[in-house]
Design a protein around this ligand. Sequence first.
Ligand code: A2P
Length: 317
Amino acid sequence: MKYLTFKNGDQLPMIGLGTWKSKPGEVYDAVLWALSAGYRHIDCAAIYDNEKEVGKAFEKAFSDGLVKREEIFVTSKLWNNSHRFEDVIPALKNSLLELRLNYLDLYLIHWPIAFKNGVGFAQTREEFFTYKDVPLSQTWAGMEEAHNQGLTKHIGMSNFNISKLEEVFESAEIKPEMNQIELHPFLPQKKLVEFCKSNGMLVTAYSPLGSGDRAARIKKENEPSLLENDMVRAIADKHNCTVGQVLIAFSIHRDIAVIPKSTNEGRIKENLASIQVDLDADDMKALLNIGTDFRYIDGSFFTGTKSPYTLSDLWEK
Ligand code: A2P
């Protein structure tokens, strides 16, 4: 495995198992297959609605002696309905309870979007908090408190653009250490990655394979397919590996951690083996300039007339 290193020397295995969209009834086996195959990094979130089952898999893995707690790196994420200072620690503690852990390795603010407490997915304007109600600095202070209490070793965010990161930096006592963002050849995020790295942050790529198993309501018609792209296919053929492996190796070669989701034992193993795919400078150049520009997770489910947020709160133009 290859690793990214946090400022305190802690190491993040560069390939982790993604669990978004992994169904209850499937994710238990997926986590155990992954740990057996050698994964030591599991990416979770409260909103994935499967942390309980992931926790059962951890418990089984620990009791069988497959891995020790301190040998795995576990991430979870603060859902949008717990952005007030006083809501952060209870939300984190709930994830710990479900995951059957007593600390997280990394806790992330999932989105720079706030719902009122108790709202699962805001549908009306009244169900949102605005930045005036709950500034990001308040949420970050809650994250710092969680870190100070030893509930999580590292803190960061997901889906934050440069201006939102700058806003957090202004009041942060603990500098954010991670930004987890959608990233793949159709969305290489050159500027944001450069900004994060130059500010001492690590980056994790989500949806590296295009998240084809998303619900239809958050898919667009005629989305371009990473897994069926001719150029990616040609690079895979050149290296005698799979298209999925090229897409995962793309992040690794940029010193970016990557969390492909799978609940299929064969593909879980295949994805971990991407670490051996040795893309060369020509491959990387081709992938970085692939000519298709597309964001799969566009956040439009948080915006519109019934929301105080716009897409410019999420993405740089
Ligand atoms: P499955 O869980 O059946 O393996 P993302 O990580 O971008 O969210 O993509 C996840 C989707 O990609 C899931 O549909 C997953 O299906 C599929 N997938 C995971 N690994 C591979 C692979 N190596 N090749 C093709 N599809 C894959």
